[in-house]
Design a protein around this ligand. Structure first.
Ligand code: AMP
Length: 417
């Protein structure tokens, strides 16, 4: 089955065409700065990246360009759009409506629209892309895969904020989490690598990228996560502050006369690694500055690691121990320095990193010492593959249901005859 995965951001459209027969990515690409004067389409058909500056007024235009590249004569990975069996859309917020991936129909579209309030930068462009797919590829089944779905299993004690309860009941203000598809993927993959069933394991999964979150996964079920109503909560990130005393927000607004929008900007775009170091939101650049003796860069790294360590400790307590800690995404997969720093001193908890294995740089791996009670693992995340697999499962079920229904119709016809 060939599945097209689509991931719409506020001004971007990321995609992959995956052949699930063997998991090959036939093409991957990204339309950037959609709607801007300098829009660009980058893609890779396995022969290196190509870049085309092309006008795109909106996500509909972007999708048209993507489809043109997919079916480009001679070089496109498919001849006809009908060769795409199904489409999977990454949807940032499914609110409390969706606890799993879902075939898209009008009702699902309406619910995604309702959740736009919770993901104003992401759900509206995703809706735009879904509608464009319906127009440009009618009849191809579309599936919504929600970032929040994996965390719908959180118990109320983990998702209710201790605010007046009406804010939850009347305005749906609660913890929803994010990066769910990535946490789900690495949790399952970790179980496979360990040779156990995910339903037998307690896992702490650390998605450390530009955005970062940690999840506690108890016997296959997510029981807590660091992101909240929005992705601002939890860990310190590239440009986001993560958890701070909420009174800091009103204090700064009052003292400096900032509007809620300005404060939002500061906490989302000017804080985190960038805000503390003053150097960059990119961990590599901050590591380099720290090595060169920049003290604020050193402090930023200390803070970044300390946030991770604190949440690992919290989730160790929540789970009553852990069988494995998994690192994924840009920082988690690549920064041996950060992994070492956030796990330092955790030996009494049975968490023992192997310094040599931690330096290895190849794919998925176990980097704890053999005597470590808790396995420490690095697993490259693959949200697109997870999306494509969900799509395959749902479309297979749909086809089976259609076959069964056709069989039942035949039986009725035969009986009538
Ligand atoms: P992501 O959002 O998953 O693409 O992750 C981006 C983050 O990963 C950035 O902060 C990068 O600096 C960081 N990153 C990528 N490669 C490395 C590396 N080799 N060492 C340290 N950080 C890295």
């Amino acid at each position: 089955m060939k599945v097209l995965t689509l991931n719409a951001g506020s001004s971007s459209l990321k995609y992959q065409l995956i052949d699930l027969a063997d998991g090959t990515v036939l093409i991957r690409g990204l339309c950037e700065r959609v709607g801007g004067p300098d829009a660009v389409h980058k893609f890779d058909r396995g022969l290196g990246e190509l870049k085309r500056a092309e006008p795109m007024r909106d996500h509909h235009d972007a999708l048209q360009l993507v489809l043109a590249v997919l079916t480009e004569a001679e070089r496109g990975p498919i001849r006809d759009l009908a060769d795409i069996d199904a489409i999977g859309h990454r949807i940032v917020s499914g609110g409390e409506f969706f606890s799993e991936s879902t075939l898209i129909d009008d009702d699902v579209l309406d619910k995604i629209a309702v959740c736009s309030e919770l993901a104003p930068l992401h759900n509206p462009p995703a809706l735009h892309v879904i509608r464009a797919c319906r127009e440009l590829m009618p009849g191809i089944p579309e599936v919504a895969v929600f970032d929040t779905a994996f965390f719908q299993t959180l118990p109320p004690r983990a998702y209710v904020y201790p605010l007046p309860y009406e804010y939850y009941t009347d305005y749906q203000i609660r913890k929803y989490g994010a990066h769910g598809t990535s946490h789900r993927y690495v949790a399952r993959h970790a179980a496979k690598m360990i040779g156990a069933d995910v339903y037998d394991l307690r896992l702490i999964t650390c998605h450390l990228g530009n955005g970062a979150s940690i999840a506690a996964v108890d016997h296959g079920v997510a029981v807590d996560t660091t992101m909240g109503l929005t992705p601002l909560d939890g860990l310190m990130m590239g440009t986001r502050c993560g958890t701070i005393d909420p009174a800091v927000v009103t204090h700064i607004q009052t003292r400096l006369g900032y509007t809620p929008e300005q404060m939002n900007e500061i906490m989302n775009k000017r804080s985190g690694l960038l805000g503390v170091s003053g150097v960059s939101s990119d961990l590599r650049a901050v590591e380099e500055a720290a090595l060169a003796g920049n003290e604020r860069a050193v402090l930023a790294l200390e803070l970044y690691a300390y946030f991770i360590k604190r949440y690992i400790g919290q989730y160790f307590a929540v789970l009553g121990g852990a069988d494995a800690i998994v690192f994924t995404a840009g920082v988690g997969e690549n920064s041996e320095y950060m992994r070492e720093k956030c796990l330092a001193g955790l030996e009494p908890l049975g968490i023992v990193l192997d310094a040599r294995r931690n330096r290895l740089r190849t794919g998925e791996r176990i980097i704890s010492e053999d005597r470590s009670r808790v396995k420490i693992m690095v697993i490259p995340t693959n949200e697109e593959l997870m999306i494509a697999r969900d799509v395959e499962k749902i479309v297979d079920e749909l086809r089976l249901a259609e076959v069964l229904a056709a069989g039942a119709d035949d039986e009725v016809e035969q009986t009538l005859v």
